[in-house]
Design a protein around this ligand. Sequence first.
Ligand code: NDP
Length: 235
Amino acid sequence: MVTGGTRGIGEAISIALKEQGCTVAAVYASNDAAAKEFTERTGIAHYKFDISDYDAVQAGAAQIEKDLGPIDILVNNAGITRDGVMHKMSYQEWHEVIETNLSSCFSCAHAVLQGMREREFGRIINIGSMNGQAGQYGQVNYAAAKSGIHGFTKALAQECAPKGITVNAVAPGYVDTEMVRAVPPQVLEKIIKRIPVGRIGHAEDIARVCAFLAMDESGFITGSTISVNGGQHMY
Ligand code: NDP
């Protein structure tokens, strides 16, 4: 189950997992046209539910398991931004980002954890962010949520390790998706100058790491955060 699996980084993760032999369920929120086009192009099933709604997640995950079988791999990828400096940020902008980016990780993991524990196998991969590691002007809400994901990962990894379930995070730097395409070109040029490898990332750069962490053979890696940021922030 890949949240936000129909577009951007999540789309690349869904495809990489399918290529690795997984049956994939891609979850999305509202963009029906993108989800339809994604399924027609890739053959990967899509499921529409709001990951910021605990009950909707439990029902959605149960439906996926009914249709496709047990969820052995969870990729908590979906995320949103509501940027603004703190003194102008509304409580709603704070709350939406925390619920969608962080509380969703709890809800989705809660939906699949019992089954993983019973089967003594699981892979939970949480998409954090370089901005959760380093902080970012105008992103108090987003940085707090992403930084929370990194703590969530380490604590849950400790609880899950004896049951064959690994929990890791991937922290992307700037990646060429709609989220970053919204950045004005002159700002993007300045950003690229600060990236040692000289380019922004591709969704596939992130997907490759997720597919690796999802492999049966990656069972000795848990509680880790893998940075994929072109060397921009060495944490
Ligand atoms: P996109 O905006 O391209 O895609 C977001 C996906 O998440 C969409 O499929 C969207 O569904 C889904 N989604 C959003 N809100 C919800 C919700 N409430 N319930 C269910 N699904 C939802 O994002 P990116 O691919 O750019 O980002 C993916 C992840 O990577 C995010 O967590 C982001 O924070 C993180 N990241 C991204 C970076 C970047 O440079 N792009 C850098 C660092 C981290 P729908 O299509 O219906 O809108």
